[in-house]
Design a protein. Structure first.
Lengths: 540, 66
């Protein structure tokens, strides 16, 4: 049987654009049909923005890549119509074990908070994730939504022209020109778009190599995350074992800096290492073996006129903490509604600058977290190793030291404190977790979950409080979702949205982030908050 | 924040100091380094307060010969 990553999912086909005498202009072109490019395209097409995705390739991603997907990205995928297959296929895990030298020093349970539709985390091969996105694209096409993927279309040249972007594309049948009102560059960490525009990508390389292997094994290891510091089978280094669906296991072995990559990758060198780790009895087969050096870097700005970068093209992190694809999905979640409003003439172009502000904040948070994990795993000096080992020794006996052990921190979405789109918090006693800038926490309703009820538009969420069902402000429609204590079977809604307050009115953006909140409905203040959340002037 | 105490605060200071030296007796340099690191982390956790810890980091940094 052919594996999904061997199957051409969007093979090259000639487009009528290639035969036109005049250069065709599209509203949005996305470069790259990786997970982030596909998510951007789905988000826009769902909202009827015509979008063309170009990829030089025609298959899902190759090699060992993302496996951990966190709750917030799963919620975003629910909005995009492909959260369910992810969760059905993915492996859920809650228990982690940490080993130091020859012994287990402790075990932890993620103890996810109750009352969320989606789990804290799932493990799933990136190729399945991309497959579900492609299937969703096909579904949208069948519904007549304006979305198209062109495989075998390689971007050769790009120029930002002020009022449009000019592209030159290569195909198996020769080159053709295209124009785009807007270009979203999701062409990965090595982004050709970025290079062609001569833009920077600065940061830090971690002087270390990791052997990343995906192995298929018949083993009854439990569904847990095991992390080793300085184990007997990989002295002085670290190791990770993590389960994926279909009996595939992800193994990361730290190798150090001065190694011969080609030698280390040879099966005759990899297999004995894995045997030492897994034990002689375990039968396994190698699916992938690669050697990676990790980096943390980002562009100085993600928006350059009509060219907007998202995903790995804009920022790159080391995989500890699983923040690459997870944060890329938050980029497109943040971008799609803003771009739509600007394209429809319902918001000024400067709304797009808030994408830069908010997602650079997100990228910096991710870079900080993944750099700290990498520094713990790969101590940079003798003293940092001494302190690290002291933490591990103490963690075996004393709970206080366990939070200091850092083999990757759970990817959580960032709260856009200080975003220009926020209106100052006006809900005295309201919970901090749902303050302006925060993504809405999910909560069970009587028959569904809260986030399912929010949709793609602006929502006026009211608790125990009267307000109009629909409000129009300068072309933007705000729909009310009225909830009361009766809709709160577990009390989670009150805990997550009311806190000490008795009633509340929340203005929620299309990406499910809170823009403003008040104790009661006040039309003037609400209209001002809505204008602000779209980057509009507020009349005096 | 509880202010960092930089005036004498240990009753029987000579005894404590002797105990501190005694635990290092017979340890190699690397064992002693590891011991110091564990001790430091235990004490830091006991203090807990980030402001006090920051003041302690600063006091230690500002008084070294280096
Ligand atoms: C070992 C490893 C483990 C990881 N683990 C995790 C994890 O657990 N969780 C997580 O969230 N992330 C993880 N990541 C990161 C994750 O894989 C990336 O963040 C993610 O793939 C980025 O998606 P993207 O769409 O931005 O870019 P890519 O997936 O790199 O896609 C870029 C696309 O652009 C196309 N392209 C490039 N140049 C051109 C051109 N000139 N013309 C047309 N098309 C072009 C390519 O063909 C490709 O399809 C991991 C990465 C690695 C390497």
């Amino acid at each position: 049987m052919k594996k999904i990553f061997e199957e051409p999912l969007y093979p090259y086909a000639r487009s009528p654009d290639q035969d036109c005498v005049h250069t065709i202009r599209h509203p949005v072109v996305v470069i790259g049909a990786g997970p982030i490019g596909l998510a951007a395209a789905i988000d826009l097409a769902q909202q009827d923005v015509p979008v063309v995705v170009l990829d030089e390739n025609d298959k899902v991603s190759f090699g060992s890549r993302a496996i951990c997907f966190a709750k917030r990205p799963l919620e975003i995928l629910d909005r995009l119509g492909c959260g369910q297959p992810m969760v059905e296929k993915g492996v859920e895990w809650e228990t982690g074990k940490v080993f130091f030298d020859e012994r287990q020093v402790y075990e932890f349970n993620l103890l996810p908070e109750e009352g969320h539709e989606r789990p804290a985390f799932i493990n799933l091969q990136q190729y399945y994730f991309e497959q579900y996105l492609v299937e969703r694209v096909r579904e949208l096409e069948a519904e007549g939504k304006p979305i198209e993927i062109r495989g075998g279309n390689k971007l050769l040249r790009v120029e930002e022209k002020g009022d449009h972007v000019a592209l030159l594309v290569d195909t198996p049948e020769g080159e053709y020109d295209l124009r785009a009102d807007w270009l979203i560059a999701c062409d990965g960490a090595g982004s050709p778009t970025r290079a062609m525009l001569g833009l920077d990508f600065v940061g830090r390389v971690f002087e270390d190599n990791f052997l990343i292997a995906d192995v298929v094994m018949e083993a009854d290891f439990p569904t847990e995350r095991w992390f080793w510091f300085d184990p007997p089978f990989n002295r002085g280094q670290s190791a990770l074992l993590h389960k994926q669906p279909d009996g595939v296991w992800r193994i990361d072995l730290q190798l150090g800096w001065d190694i011969d990559k080609d030698e280390e990758k040879k099966p005759e060198n990899v297999i004995p290492r894995l045997r030492a780790m897994l034990g002689d009895e375990v039968k396994f087969e190698l699916e992938w073996v690669s050697i990676y050096t990790f980096q943390c870097r980002r562009m100085e700005r993600f928006r350059h006129g009509r060219v907007i970068f998202a995903g790995d093209s804009a920022h790159q992190v080391s995989p500890f903490g699983a923040r690459g694809a997870n944060s890329g999905l938050q980029d497109t979640d943040n971008l799609a509604w803003k771009l739509k409003l600007v394209m429809d003439g319902l918001a000024p172009e400067r709304l797009l600058d808030s994408y830069d502000v908010e997602r650079i904040q997100g990228a910096d948070e991710n870079i900080l977290n993944s750099s700290r994990s990498t520094d713990f795993i790969t101590p940079k000096s003798e003293m940092s190793r001494i302190l690290r080992d002291a933490v591990l020794d103490l963690s075996e006996h004393h709970p206080f030291a366990r939070p200091l052990v850092n083999s990757g921190r759970l990817s959580v979405p960032c709260i856009h404190d200080g975003s220009p789109l926020n209106t100052e918090d006006a809900l005295p006693g309201g919970p901090a977790r749902s303050r302006p800038g925060a993504p809405c926490p999910d909560a069970p309703l009587a028959e569904s979950f809260l986030l399912r009820r929010l949709g793609d538009g602006f929502t006026l969420l009211t608790f125990n409080c009267d307000a109009p069902d629909v409000l129009q402000e300068d072309g933007i429609t705000l729909r009310r979702l009225a909830l009361s204590t009766r809709d709160d079977p577990t009390g989670a809604l009150a805990e997550r949205y009311l806190g000490e307050a008795r009633s509340a009115v929340y203005l929620i953006r299309p990406d499910q982030h809170v823009a403003a909140r008040f104790e009661s409905y006040d039309e003037v203040r609400l209209r001002a908050a809505l204008r602000r959340s779209c980057g509009k002037e507020i009349p005096a | 924040m509880s202010p960092l105490i930089l005036t004498p605060n240990i009753a029987g200071a000579d005894d404590f100091y002797a105990e501190l030296l005694a635990v290092h007796d017979g340890l190699s340099k690397s064992e002693s380094d590891a011991f110091n690191a564990r001790l430091l982390l235990i004490l830091a956790n006991h203090v807990g307060d980030r402001g006090t810890l920051a003041a302690a980091l600063e006091a230690a940094r500002d008084t070294g010969a280096g």
